[in-house]
Ligand binder design. Structure first.
Ligand code: F0G
Length: 455
């Protein structure tokens, strides 16, 4: 293996766990990653930054320099930023699939549709298992193995399980997956199976799977890899660091992200606040979270309870990745929304379907949960929260191929059958490109081509 680079004077950080409610600091965390005193969630903090603040220009230089290296940790778009992550120790410890390194795309057609010319997409669906989960999983799986665990486990709407199973397999660990029966897409389930996970389809929803996992980890020697695990969020921070590097550290005005269990928004927000504190960026982008109307726990928590207590919901949406009614990281997300001045909105199923087709028509595609970002942006522009001259980055969390059934149902016109939304759905016919079954004759294909040319 070729040696990795490091810049003189830039040290990787050692860390503590800090309770987000009572502020208790500890060197170790219990298996459920909850505070021993008050039971709230933990986050990772770096006390040494206070004593010897890392030098922003040196960090930027080190990260640039590592792009020329061929070592595994430098080729990872997560570990390349290891100076802002928990200390890895020996670089050979990292379980990596060269995650991160995801593209930032322009969205010219969606820019015209929304009237926001400076519109971009950070496509996390371009990760090794095709979702943003890989950025967190490389860090959390690495620390699971370092702690000596042979088994890792998660509850999932699909993407976490695919990612966890892959990283466990790469790291020589066994994995246990708990997913809601019949409510995750086959393409996600098939990944977990292929990567060798023991996969249990439980007769409950995601929230039920997560509750059960919380009890399991206190009874069995399995390490939990849901986003309650603060190592996951540290890895997912790098999405934002990499994004800021891609725009030469000139912060966009807005970053918009889908909200499910609310780990990713919390991680991105933490990264923005840390980067600001360390002087890597001179102003904070506003971080906004968008949820499906049928799974709108954070929206209701902020509107009905002023962000003081969780308003859980019975979740229901075709965007199955965010079909979550009792989000674990709601407090962390509420905090970063407030700290960055972001908004929280909800969008209807029809708006999600339309936005997904519009992103697809840009030639990049995404899964339904990711498309809530564009649907939400349209609302935020209408409300005047996002101004047309501002720059906006949508975080596309998963790949188009994660849920092919949804896409096929949409293009065939079947997605909204029997839902009462048929009328609104018909208005989207110009976006539909259903497959056409023909006799295998030149004439038939020529006629189709001619007709398509007129539309
Ligand atoms: N987008 C996709 C594609 C997801 O898979 C998820 C969550 C989210 C958005 C929401 O992110 O939970 O951090 O707010 N998927 C989970 C899973 C929960 O099990 O794969 P979040």
């Amino acid at each position: 293996m070729s040696p990795s680079t490091s810049a003189p004077g830039v040290r990787q950080a050692d860390f503590r766990f800090r309770c987000i409610a009572c502020g208790d600091l500890s060197e170790a965390a219990s298996q459920d990653f909850r505070c021993a005193h008050c039971g709230d969630l933990l986050e990772i903090t770096y006390p040494r930054w206070k004593e010897a603040e890392p030098d922003a220009e040196k960090l930027k230089g080190a990260w640039r320099q590592r792009r020329l290296s061929q070592s595994a940790v430098d080729l990872s778009g997560v570990w390349r930023f290891r100076d802002l992550l928990p200390e890895l120790g020996d670089e050979a410890n990292a379980i990596t699939l060269r995650e991160g390194n995801t593209p930032l795309y322009e969205l010219p057609q969606c820019a015209r549709i929304t009237g926001v010319p400076r519109l971009f997409a950070k496509h996390q669906g371009m990760n090794p298992t095709a979702s943003f989960k890989d950025a967190g999983m490389t860090v959390a799986a690495t620390f699971a193995r370092r702690a000596g665990f042979q088994w890792v486990a998660c509850a999932s709407t699909g993407n976490t399980s695919a990612s966890m199973a892959a990283y466990a397999a790469r790291g020589g660990m066994r994995s246990l997956v708990l997913v809601p029966d019949g409510k995750i897409s086959w393409s996600k389930l098939s990944q977990a199976l292929d990567y060798g996970a023991v996969t249990c389809q439980l007769r409950t929803d995601f929230d039920g799977c997560l509750r059960l996992l919380q009890e399991l980890v206190l009874r069995a020697p399995v390490y939990q890899l849901n986003s309650i695990n603060p190592f996951r969020l540290e890895g997912q921070k790098t999405l934002a660091i990499e994004l800021l590097e891609q725009v030469d550290w000139l912060a966009p005005d807005h970053i918009i992200v889908p909200g499910g269990n609310l780990g990713n928004s919390s991680a991105i927000g933490k990264a923005l606040l840390e980067m600001h504190e360390l002087g890597l960026i001179s102003r904070l982008p506003k971080l906004s979270v968008i949820q499906a109307e049928g799974a709108n726990a954070l929206v209701r928590t902020l509107r009905e309870a002023g962000g003081k207590r969780l308003v859980s919901v019975q979740a229901d949406t075709r965007a199955t990745a965010i079909r979550i009614g009792n989000p674990a990281s709601w407090k962390k997300a509420a905090h970063v929304l407030e700290a960055t001045g972001g908004a929280c909105e909800q969008v209807a199923e029809i708006e999600i379907a339309q936005a997904k087709a519009e992103i697809g028509a840009e030639g990049i595609g995404c899964e339904p949960a990711s498309a809530v970002t564009l649907a939400g942006l349209k609302k935020l522009v209408k409300q005047g929260f996002v101004k047309r001259e501002e720059s906006v980055v949508l975080v596309l969390t998963g790949n188009l191929l994660k849920d092919p059934d949804y896409t096929i149902d949409f293009h065939r016109g079947d997605l909204f059958k029997g839902t009462g939304d048929e009328g609104a759905s018909a208005a989207l016919n110009s976006l539909r490109r259903p497959p056409i079954v023909l006799d295998a004759t030149l004439d038939a294909v020529m006629r189709t081509l001619e007709q398509a040319g007129k539309s």
